[in-house]
Design a protein around this ligand. Structure first.
Ligand code: SD4
Length: 298
């Protein structure tokens, strides 16, 4: 059994996921329950209803799940749903579809008996939005303070894998903006017998390079999880040289429980949990790869 999760809050999410697996739950149960811990943590500003709002002052959430039998569920731009990752799982389990968005996803949540509530912004959300609105140039860029999306990988006791991701996305984004986290193949991907990968960071560059799928594909061709992370970040710098200025963090794992992690900038933390322990790590980052990027070559 092994679980991995992005950022510092990954430790608490892993804790729950490990407990679920120890009690006989599946990898899918583990990633959903683990992500829900972060979604319900009011201190989180990039996950759940306490996340930073869009530029209209409304919090909209994206989430997805995928299991290694190639089933997947996803929701995007949903409002008022406390646990979008659970809603994504319901899409997978109870509809013939993969992805529901906006109003349709909220209506489905209500039909599923999930609470959909309008939550007023708290003081900090309001204050940060007001400060942002007063800036002369309002570019909704991911920066170090709002990298908080949780993405998880689990390998359960019976050797099955699942992945999940949940986020409030970019702080002060244009209303309707959707990042990589609910896009199967971009923010998360798993293939039976091969492995799994997840991403965090600036969704736009991950969407344009199909990050998670690219890493799993590299593992399918024989690369270790760490080498797959390196191959992806290298490719990211070649395909999108300006990605060197943003943060993207990636995690990968294979069925042997070998783990990989890498980020574009320093400061990407992730948690790794096993039956024995659950510890926080900081990934290597890609100074050498950046120096090698097309922008620095001419
Ligand atoms: C997004 N990938 O919406 C998310 C944001 C994120 O750490 O992961 N932040 O683009």
């Amino acid at each position: 059994m092994k679980v991995m999760a992005t950022w510092n809050h990954g430790v608490a999410a892993n804790e729950r996921a490990l407990q679920v697996i120890k009690q006989g739950g599946s990898a899918m149960d583990a990633v959903v329950e683990g992500c829900m811990v972060t979604e319900l943590d009011e201190r989180q500003r990039s996950v759940g209803l306490s996340g930073w709002p869009d530029s209209d002052g409304r919090v909209s959430l994206d989430a997805a799940v995928m299991s290694d039998d190639s089933r997947a569920g996803s929701v995007a731009c949903v409002r008022g749903v406390a646990n979008p990752v659970q809603l994504a799982r319901r899409v997978m389990d109870h509809t013939p579809h993969v992805m529901l968005v906006g109003e349709g996803a909220e209506r489905f949540a209500q039909q599923q008996g999930m609470l959909v509530r309008d939550r007023a912004l708290d003081h900090e959300q309001r204050a940060r939005l007001d400060a942002w609105l007063q800036q002369a140039i309002r570019t909704p860029l991911v920066n170090v303070e709002n990298h908080d999306t949780i993405s998880m990988i689990a390998l359960d006791a019976s050797g099955r894998m699942a992945v999940a991701s949940t986020t409030s996305g970019l702080a002060f984004k244009i209303p309707g903006r959707v990042g990589d986290s609910p896009i199967i193949g971009a923010g998360l991907f798993v293939e039976r017998g091969v492995g799994a990968a997840v991403c965090t960071g600036l969704g736009e560059v991950v969407q344009r390079t199909m990050g998670a799928y690219a890493m799993v594909e590299s593992m399918r061709q024989g690369l270790s999880p760490q080498a797959a992370c390196e191959a992806f970040i290298r490719r990211l710098h070649v395909q999108i040289p300006e990605s060197a200025e943003c943060q993207v963090g990636v995690l990968a794992m294979d069925y042997g429980g070998r783990a990989g992690a890498l980020s574009v900038q320093s400061g990407f933390t992730y948690a790794v949990g096993t039956a024995e322990d659950n510890t926080l790590h900081e990934s290597a980052f890609t100074q050498d790869i950046k120096q090698d990027s097309p922008r620095n070559r001419s």
